[in-house]
Design a protein around this ligand. Structure first.
Ligand SMILES: *Cc1c(COP(=O)(O)O)cnc(C)c1O
Length: 362
């Protein structure tokens, strides 16, 4: 093959998603992609069924009804919302629009992988800033910005570490960045956060004019398979995203499901309550077995086995029992496994399997 892509494209390692199958195991429990333990909201399933009959029609390219529903649900101006085929698409579009050859993107060392992948796709140099205690270092991120920096990415809470920065730190980060640097706050886990004073990012978007918040239906709404995300952004960024996105980037069935999910009574409350209870029990169970668990504000925990070999052996022990969690080598956290908070039964199985593993190998 003599037709080559831009060199930076070939530096990308293809994204490996959470696995879903294990050879020889018939009941697999998938706790590898933070998908929410309850499936999609019942109203969303119904909406998906109903929308199927209209699948011959092109979707509303402006996502008018969904943006109106999002605006009403979260108290935001629908005109400042852009919907995407998953928030991954919006992250990539922001990078393609503002990054590219000759620019730099700053992220924290164990930040979400998509920023790195899309950054390379665009041809940007991606700078990963060391963290403190598996938490983003605001001063380090500010110091890492140079004249070529165009974008700074921060997931808050962060996946896969679960760590969170308080609002004062976010304000300090924004204040420390030049006005020609776009700060992207990825709030994929916002609905789960119980930290007092937490703001998913809208306040900073409005106050700064140079900040974007991204959100998703893939986590608390259990709709990862629908591919639906959205961004809340200053008007000039909305304009840019609307110029470069596909005219029908969000499909009609996903939009119908999203509107129904937002209207599902008690869904968020039920999910948060379950997550609070079981994240604590899962953490306590693993810690009682002698495993370090990092504090998390998401619907997952990062279990730290101390060495890559021990994490790998633990992963194998889980797999033997049909439990799939996420290995963390790609995130520079090879001694750790990321475990999604599942149903009560699933969590109990994880605790039991890892307690057994530690008793044998600890
Ligand atoms: C899951 C996740 C996303 C991706 O969400 P999609 O809307 O499914 O593309 C974005 N950011 C973080 C931090 C995530 O964990």
């Amino acid at each position: 093959m003599t037709v080559l892509p831009r060199p930076s494209v070939l530096s990308i390692e293809p994204y490996v998603g959470g696995e879903a199958h294990l050879p020889g195991v018939n009941r697999v429990i998938k706790l590898s992609s933070n998908e929410g333990p309850f499936g999609p909201p019942p109203g969303a399933i119904e909406a998906i069924r109903n929308a199927a009959a209209e699948a011959h029609r092109y979707p509303d390219g402006g996502a008018e009804a969904l943006r109106a529903a999002l605006g009403a649900r979260w108290g935001l101006d629908p005109a400042r919302i852009v919907c995407g085929n998953g928030s991954d698409e919006l992250i990539a579009l922001l990078i393609l629009a503002y990054g590219g050859e000759g620019t730099e993107i700053v992220m924290s060392a164990h930040g979400f992988l998509m920023y790195d992948l899309a950054g390379r796709w665009a041809g940007s140099r991606v700078i990963k800033v060391p963290e403190k205690n598996l938490t983003a270092d605001v001063d380090g991120m500010i110091a890492a910005c140079g004249p070529r920096t165009k974008l700074v990415f921060l997931a808050n809470p962060n996946n896969p570490t679960g760590s969170i920065l308080p609002q004062a730190e976010l304000d300090r980060l924004r204040a420390g960045l030049r006005d020609d640097i776009l700060l992207v706050l990825d709030s994929a886990y916002a609905e789960y956060v119980t930290l007092p004073g937490y703001d998913a990012g809208a306040t900073l978007v409005d106050a700064s004019g140079t900040t974007v918040m991204t959100r998703t239906f893939s986590k608390i709404f259990g709709m990862g398979g629908m591919r639906l995300g959205w961004a809340y952004a200053p008007a000039p960024v909305v304009d840019v995203l609307n110029r470069i996105r596909g005219p029908f980037n969000v499909n009609a069935i996903a939009m119908a499901a999203g509107i129904a999910a937002l209207a599902e009574p008690g869904w968020i409350e039920k999910s948060v309550a379950h997550n609070e209870t079981w994240r604590a029990k899962l953490s306590a169970g693993l810690e009682a077995a002698g495993i370090k668990v990092w504090p998390s504000q998401g619907n997952f925990v990062l279990a730290d086995f101390g060495t890559p070999a021990r994490a790998q052996a633990a992963d194998l022990a889980l797999r033997k029992r049909g439990l799939i969690v996420r290995a963390m080598g790609a995130y520079g956290l090879a001694p750790c496994l990321r475990i999604t908070v599942g149903t009560a039964e699933e969590n109990a199985l994880v605790i039991d399997a890892l307690a057994g593993f530690m008793a044998a190998h600890g």
